[in-house]
Design a protein around this ligand. Structure first.
Ligand code: SF4
Length: 80
């Protein structure tokens, strides 16, 4: 299985809280409710634990703005 990396485009997040409700282990929020991918500090550089892939995909599909991203390649740190 290829590694999967995840990242939240924080500029696209509207702080709806849905991803934290669906996948509390994977998403965290700042004081304004803007989400980030918690396991690697939203750098998108650490492969998602295979056990968490289903929760990631559920949150990805339900995010109303498409702010949750995933890729088989690591995300560039400058996208934080
Ligand atoms: S579901 Fe999307 S818009 Fe809502 S808090 Fe999570 S990343 Fe932000």
């Amino acid at each position: 299985m290829k590694p999967v990396y995840a990242h939240v485009d924080r500029a696209a997040c509207i702080a709806c809280g849905l991803c934290q409700m669906l996948a509390p282990k994977l998403f965290d929020y700042d004081s304004e409710g803007i989400a980030s991918y918690h396991p690697d500090g939203n750098t998108g550089t650490k492969p998602v634990d295979p056990a968490d892939l289903i929760d990631l995909k559920i949150a990805f599909r339900r995010c109303p703005t498409g702010a949750i991203q995933h890729s088989e390649q690591p995300f560039n740190d400058q996208q934080k």
